[in-house]
Design a protein around this ligand. Sequence first.
Ligand code: AMP
Ligand code: ZN
Length: 488
Amino acid sequence: MSSHHGNLKIYNSLSGQKEKFEPLHENRVGMYVCGPTLYSEPHMGNMRTFINFDMIYRYLLVLGYQVKYVRNITDAGHITNSLGEAEDSIGKAARMEQMQSLEIVYKYNVKFQELQRIYNLLPPSIEPTATGHIQEQIEHIEKIINNGFAYVVNGSVYFDVKKYSEKFEYGILSGRKVDELAEETRTLNAQDEKRFFADFALWKKANPEDMQIWRSPWGDGNPGWHIECTAMSTKYLGPHFDIHGGGMDLKFPHHEDEIAQNCGSLGCNPAKYWMHANMLNVNGQKMSKSLGNYFLPQEIVEGSTELFDKPYSPDVIRFFMMQAHYRSNLDFTSDALNAAEKGFSRLSDAVMLLDKLTVATNSSFNVGELVSSFYTAMNDDFNAPTLIANLFEAAKKINLINDGKETISKDDLNILSAHLTIFISDVLGLRIGTSNSDSKLSPVMDLVLELRQQARENKDWTTSDKIRDGLAAAGIVVKDTKEGTSWS
Ligand code: AMP
Ligand code: ZN
């Protein structure tokens, strides 16, 4: 158990403050993060949220906590689209691609798992699916009805926000007041089954065009969007656990409604700490499928998006993301990515010098203090940008030692090396030597690409294709452009 694990502070969206992190059960942490809706390939914005929570998970592990990390996969349910309308996005995609709903989900889950490997995300403890937990969702809805916080209309079940507000505070997380919500939401029309505009569906009666339908005590239908997370978080982490996370855009209504459902069925807010990661923007606007301003995580490493004129290694992208705090929003630009590529190279070069340093009897600077600054940064609400600034301080020292302007003892060098590995690899999830321009692979790749070029000049297509396919099998993508050949 790390001696630094008692000093972590987390910004809790529930209180709007940084709070000392005290897990409910000593040394154990339960964390639930809302996962992707797999009706299409996750975009770079989605990945940013998952990468941020991967960093949070990694740091909790480094602090010595035993973490159970649950991140769901949404493969059923009526999701609200950006216009606030209910929409079965998976069914829609399935019809378009002439597949079954679960074929669509499987197809994009294969892609999502591949992206996690490319971007070096640790697998969660479990990735449960909504369709695998329909029974649990039904049982939760029954509890909410029995407690008087939901009503049945024509085969659908709605959460009764007014009734709930008599006992609990609806809006506790988002700060929205039920009365103020009235002004934002369209007024109820005659066909609306809801008693009150803020009521939300727990179960929706089946529509003729629904591709997935389940039996329930209220007739055939589909679970509402929010209930899956309540059912799965309770099943794997219990009624009250430590951390609940997701993107900022899920705060309302999704997380607000999760809290209402949990209080409505089990009498308590599900999580002690609510964490929200900020958005990846494009020209100041949230990256989203519906706005069409998105690019895919694979496109950027292959260099096939129009937005950037070259590929970037996944580690450079991760490094770039870690240079922004998880609660700040972030804009992707070529200039910023190029700067990140240089920065990561500089850090990698310094780390690779460690093995070559000559040790002295004494250190000319305080290594313990430097290492402590890594923990201090991360203990301050996972401040990865400050950690990176402190890692650059370490890189500067390494270069000075190499130039004979500072000294380090053998013990201190071991301490520094070990902590650089912990913070760069284990916490930030970065693989040293993968910044493309300066990696150990570079000279080898130069040689292989030269041989391929020779084969092409000799019109020996068998050899040139063999090289290309062999590299692809090793996860290296070669791209020919007017300027020459690049790889990632
Ligand atoms: P979805 O598949 O739409 O349910 O989203 C999966 C996760 O990605 C959620 O936690 C969202 O909050 C998050 N997300 C969606 N768009 C963005 C974005 N532009 N930047 C960061 N996170 C996002
Ligand atoms: Zn959720």
